[in-house]
Design a protein around this ligand. Structure first.
Ligand code: FE2
Ligand code: FE2
Length: 244
């Protein structure tokens, strides 16, 4: 089950064990000067990948950071629907864990990799990042409530609905305004490097997205993430959807 969960949860990323090891020896981020690791990858850059709602790209076809992020958004939507559709409480809990885990990883990776880049490269990026962080805070507060709820709780479904309503609006704005603005100001090579950094960063995110967690400088560093309760991560891995 544990191995299966690792495989399942890393379908879009890399094995956690491997990533933790490599990242400990290689700081990935530095505020106001994000270091994107250059590689000799020969993948070609792409433009729009047709990531409309409900459409998921194979991750190996994704090279631009905006498409990587959109891919996550589609997955989050899928997990939200799975929570709603699940008929057994046990399945609801599994999809709840998947949703909470993915949303926490996605949000913090954006805060570490994407929003600082917006501030650096996009003319109106500081305001844009500020708005996004504020919206993340609202989502985190709802996520923090939801993650502790059991499916028998009468507020379970209203809580995820409310969370998703806030998140969906944020996702719409991100895809419509923020990500296109970022992509217009960076070249394909940087976008590709950011996509890789985004993936690596996700491996360090704690299992619980606490509303009091710092989400802005000077804590937007790898060291800040490493202070996260990584031991609790394993507790969540023990209960993930099977066969995904
Ligand atoms: Fe976001
Ligand atoms: Fe996002």
């Amino acid at each position: 089950m544990y191995r299966q969960a690792i495989r399942n949860s890393t379908a879009v990323t890399q094995p956690v064990k491997h990533t933790l090891t490599s990242a400990f020896g290689r700081p990935l981020l530095a505020h106001n000067g994000i270091r994107f690791q250059s590689t000799t990858d020969t993948t070609t850059s792409t433009t729009s990948q047709g990531t409309q709602t409900g459409v998921k790209m194979p991750t190996d076809a994704i090279t631009r950071v905006s498409d990587r992020i959109k891919h996550d958004h589609r997955e989050l939507e899928e997990y939200y629907n799975k929570i709603k559709e699940a008929s057994r409480d046990d399945d609801k809990v599994r999809w709840q864990n998947q949703f909470v885990w993915e949303l926490a990883r996605h949000s913090i990776a954006e805060e570490l990799v994407v929003y600082p880049a917006m501030e650096k490269h996009v003319p109106d990026g500081v305001r844009m990042a500020e708005k996004d962080r504020s919206e993340h805070q609202q989502v985190k507060e709802k996520l923090y409530e939801f993650q502790s709820m059991g499916p028998a709780d009468p507020t379970f479904i209203p809580a995820i609905d409310s969370l998703w309503e806030t998140l969906a609006e944020h996702i719409r704005e991100e895809e419509k305004d923020d990500l296109p603005a970022l992509e217009r100001t960076i070249d394909a090579a940087l976008s590709e490097a950011m996509a890789r950094s985004f993936d690596r960063t996700k491996h360090f995110v704690p299992t619980r997205s606490h509303p009091a967690a710092p989400d802005r400088p000077p804590f937007e560093t790898a060291a800040g993430l490493l202070a996260a309760p990584l031991d609790k991560l394993m507790d969540v891995f023990r209960k993930f959807p099977e066969g995904t």
